[in-house]
Design a protein around this ligand. Sequence first.
Ligand code: BGC
Length: 362
Amino acid sequence: MRKILATTAIAAVALMALSGCSTRTETAGGDGAAAGFAEDSVIGVALPSKTSENWVLAGGLFEDGLEEAGYKGDVQYAGASTTVKDQQDQISAMVTNGAKVIIIGAADGGQLATQVQSARDAGAIVIAYDRLILNTEAVDYYVAYDNFNVGELQGQALLDGLATKGDGPYNIELFSGSSDDANSAVFFGGAMSVLQPKIDDGTLVVASGQTDIKQTATAGWKAENAQSRMDALLTSTYSDKTLDGVLSPNDTLARAIITSVKAAGKDIPIVTGQDSEVESVKSIMAGEQYSTINKDTRVLVAQAIDMVNVLQKGDTPEVNDTESYDNGKIVVPAYLLPPVIVTKDNAADAYANDPTLAPLTE
Ligand code: BGC
């Protein structure tokens, strides 16, 4: 089943490539890029802990996809508690084992500079996967969904959902992701680019006054942290007010927020999400969570493996963004995939080819 998925996803990526993404001409990164490497080389994949379903899926897809392509895949997850140290050690071990490419979903994007520099020094090529790696020149490529657009879509979904409740002003609260994940600020920035004008003109009211990303952050992307912040907000701010909407950066946190609101005996507000997690898609179909974002993990993994295949031949992978992802040292050449907003209205269509969510289409 997985092999079929990987093949389908690779075909999808090939189609996207054909449909006109720009081609990179300048050479990026390590010297290894020009030389290529053996077809059965070790390819390391260092993933963070399993904070959401997309990471769980990615591990299996990388294992199968790399094996199918003939590589020796070395796929590792950081543990739940010693996350940063685990991942640093895993990357160092991949370098020692002679990995030619190391694909990294950073547990903490700000704490890998030493390890990726060692990888570069050993001739390995580093691909940041989904999350950017910060403050180092030794990142060759970034492959992800367009994170700013994810935020914009979440902001727009919140507005669309609120509009179904009648006229404003609407009381809302804002949640963002973990501050050690470079994506969190980008998602939040994208969402606020849509929401801030509506806050400024009085359509939206953040009744708690907590609009700064530091106040809205959810440490470790953990459900219990979002739930306890929502509990506290309900007590402090909503004893005599209606909560109309909540910007949630992903599905895991959306469900925690909904759990909190239900426990307080309140009506469920419009709540956004991201990741197409099975339980959230069910919740959307049941009319509870309002929206999610589809970022098909199969396509993202296939894109990363496709980059490895190009590098293996000594060629330069295609990128379609050379401006957006400044990591503090360099602008990392990126291949960005388009995210898709999903609500109850388009869920059946959006997941028509996703076997994990197949019951929706039956
Ligand atoms: C990913 C999201 C995910 C979050 C928590 C982010 O970096 O882009 O898809 O929900 O991490 O795991």
